[in-house]
Design a protein around this ligand. Structure first.
Ligand code: ATP
Length: 345
């Protein structure tokens, strides 16, 4: 099919009695930044390794750009994999590191130097070509690994937690950079992560994995605002479910409903005005966490269960916040934020 970079059909993989991948169907478009998100052991790395050709599926098919590659060796597939432990050759300059795969393919020297320089420029390391890996920061080394993957101009780049080794600050910078680089080079990225914020920040679309299956595929906004299952609602963002009796009392049926914490206002019990468009629930503040720009409230509801509310600290100080602990409050949110979560499939 035109415009389709990858298609997986009923892909399965068992290791002995463990069914690591239990029937996955996915279509990834050309030029897409596609993330596979899920907890440890949910099967995302195994799917990535099957796309790369390092692992043979137990059953199912893999198409790349419309051709069935299920039985092809890794080097026969137009993909490149970037691993978390991006081993660079320490004795080579960055240019030599990046040009290495071209050398193996016997690309003439002048041409491979030109391509290596272009690749280094695309990851904003144009002036670093004659340095060695030991003279770089962690983030710069990560970008060299990326340049090395980009130099052969693969159609698809597979990335397995490539930012996992970086500290938080660098990781956040690289998320923005990686997304910008991907947009510039226009290559399809398939990105494996267990970090929901990372997936939400970078992806055009996300597949949420659980126990070897895909629970939902969608844009970051769809995944966040309209979780398809209770698992997705809990794994992406703060789990904030109103269920059973509490849902019955507050919303009118037994749910489950997902309400995102930032939609909920925390009001002193006495200050509540009746608003017909709003849902509200009374309760007691169990915990208040001052986060600098915002405050997180954990509230035990009188109707049963607990909700988290996140308030921007517009005019609130940390002292105001502390005074809320143990106090009676009413939580209020617009009814449109009651999202009924379908039951697990
Ligand atoms: P992580 O984020 O921890 O890497 P993941 O979602 O990528 O997790 P996989 O690595 O795909 O998960 O593993 C899925 C399941 O398959 C796990 O139960 C794992 O133990 C099992 N598994 C993976 N590779 C092998 C293997 N080579 N032999 C046996 N079992 C394996």
């Amino acid at each position: 099919m035109e415009g389709m970079a990858i298609r997986l059909q009923n892909l399965r993989k068992s290791f002995g009695r463990t069914e690591a991948v239990a029937g996955v169907d996915l279509e990834i478009a050309d030029g897409e930044f596609f993330s596979m998100l899920g907890p440890s052991g949910s099967g995302k790395t195994t799917v990535l390794r099957m796309i790369a050709g390092f692992e043979a599926p137990t059953s199912g098919t893999i198409e790349l750009a419309g051709s069935d590659v299920t039985r092809l060796a890794p080097f026969e597939r137009d993909v490149h994999t970037v691993f978390q432990d991006y081993a660079l050759f320490p004795h080579m300059t960055l240019e030599q590191n990046v040009a290495y795969s071209l050398k193996v393919r016997k690309v003439p020297k002048a041409e491979r130097l030109k391509q290596a320089r272009e690749a280094l420029a695309s990851v904003r390391l144009a002036d670093f070509g004659t340095r060695r890996p030991s003279q770089l920061s962690g983030g710069q080394r990560q970008r060299v690994a990326l340049a090395r993957a980009l130099v052969g101009r693969p159609k698809v780049l597979l990335l397995d937690e490539p930012l996992g080794a970086l500290d938080l600050k660098l990781r956040e910078q690289m998320q923005v950079e990686l997304k910008a680089i991907q947009r510039e080079v226009g290559i399809t990225f398939v990105f494996v992560t267990h970090d929901q914020e990372e997936a939400l920040t970078m992806s055009d679309r996300i597949a949420v994995f659980n126990q070897g299956r895909v629970e939902q595929i969608g844009t970051p906004a769809q995944i966040y605002e309209r979780p398809a299952t209770p698992f997705v609602a809990g794994f992406v963002g703060t789990s904030n479910l109103l269920t059973d009796d509490a849902a019955e009392q507050v919303v009118g049926d037994r749910g489950p409903y997902s309400i995102r914490p930032e939609k909920i206002r925390v009001l002193k019990e006495s200050a509540v005005a009746d608003e017909p468009e709003h849902s509200s629930a009374t309760g007691t503040v169990a915990e208040v966490v001052y986060l600098g720009d915002a405050t997180r409230f954990l509230v035990n509801l009188d109707a049963g269960g607990r909700l988290t509310a996140l308030q921007q600290n517009l005019e609130t100080s940390s002292e105001d916040v502390a005074a809320f602990r143990g106090s009676r409050v009413t939580l209020q949110w617009h009814r449109r934020h009651n999202f009924h979560v379908p039951e697990a499939r």
